[in-house]
Design a protein around this ligand. Structure first.
Ligand code: SAM
Length: 283
């Protein structure tokens, strides 16, 4: 079958019996304008490998190929989708590799040579663990040059939140420390089959040339986890589980002891992470 003759996505779903499964976070996007818009948001795809997680019946995959993706590696956990994806691979010879499996089990570096662009309408039930995995590789800069990902809007807000509000937390600190993260556009629930309960948002994440401030990843995660673990408490209380002199820690990081986690910007969290490391070393 050639690309032009691929059947409409609704027919693909019917033909292959792809009734959406909630346990796999399946909400299929069938609107070609929207799949095209997501594909274009990722920028040029001619000189990189596009990795797609959860291609499902292949709507976004087809948009990426039409947008000029030279090569796509697509990881899909649902075996039922493989035949439909195989038809797309046949229509675009040599451009689509399908891997059956759980994306959490794969390292991007093992899937393709950089440059890699990751593009996905993520299954909502594993979206955050997947993002954390991609934000915390063993080596930085990462093998990917951009992440163009769809999340539930509430998660997108937590990724991109500035300090000072309820959405600002561990995910914002982790995402924005070494990356720039922006919300691109919302997608109405009615665009999906079946319609989810909430609005979705496409987020673009790119690695920064330099992190916002110096810190060790593990220390930053530890201090952010403690601070936001008890986000309504003042830092002099919320940071006590760290097991160091909290007053000295805050003084070294030049942070007011009565401040609360959501008031501290990313540079402040990095200062706390560095002070935490120093204090542990001299203990
Ligand atoms: N890309 C398709 C679209 O836009 O219509 C489907 C998106 S749907 C929200 C999420 C897809 O991820 C489903 O096809 C589901 O089977 C797949 N999926 C769920 N968990 C997965 C996992 N751990 N690894 C890989 N794929 C997964």
């Amino acid at each position: 079958m050639t690309a032009d003759l691929l059947p409409p996505l609704r027919d693909v779903i019917a033909q292959h019996g792809l009734r959406a499964r909630k346990s796999l976070g399946q909400n299929f996007l069938l609107d070609l304008n929207l799949t095209g818009r997501i594909a274009r948001s990722a920028g040029p795809l001619e000189n990189c490998t596009a990795v797609e997680v959860g291609p499902g019946p292949g709507g976004l995959t087809r948009a990426l190929l039409q947008h000029g993706a030279r090569r796509i590696v697509a990881i899909e956990k649902d075996q039922r989708c493989l035949a439909a994806l195989g038809d797309i691979a046949a229509a675009y010879p040599g451009r689509l590799q399908i891997i059956e499996g759980d994306a959490l089990d794969f390292e991007l570096a093992d899937l393709a040579e950089p440059p890699i662009k990751l593009i996905a309408n993520l299954p909502y039930n594993v979206a955050t663990p997947l993002l954390i995995k991609w934000l915390t590789p063993d080596h930085w800069p990462p093998v990917w040059e951009s992440l163009t990902l769809m999340f539930q809007k509430e998660v997108a807000e937590r990724i991109t939140a500035p300090p000072g509000g309820k959405a600002y937390g561990r995910l914002a600190v982790l995402a924005q420390w070494r990356c720039d993260a922006h919300m691109l556009f919302d997608i109405d629930p009615r665009a999906f089959t079946p319609a989810p309960k909430v609005t979705s948002t496409v987020v673009q994440i790119t690695p920064r040339a330099t992190p916002r401030a110096g810190a060790e990843l593990a220390d930053l995660q530890t201090v952010a986890a403690a601070a936001f673990g008890q986000r309504r408490k003042m830092l002099r209380r919320s940071l006590t589980p760290l097991g160091v002199d909290t007053n000295l820690l805050l003084e070294t990081a030049a942070i007011t002891p009565t401040a609360r986690a959501e008031e501290i910007d990313i540079e402040g969290f990095c200062a706390l992470a560095r002070a935490y490391r120093n204090l542990r070393q001299i203990r």
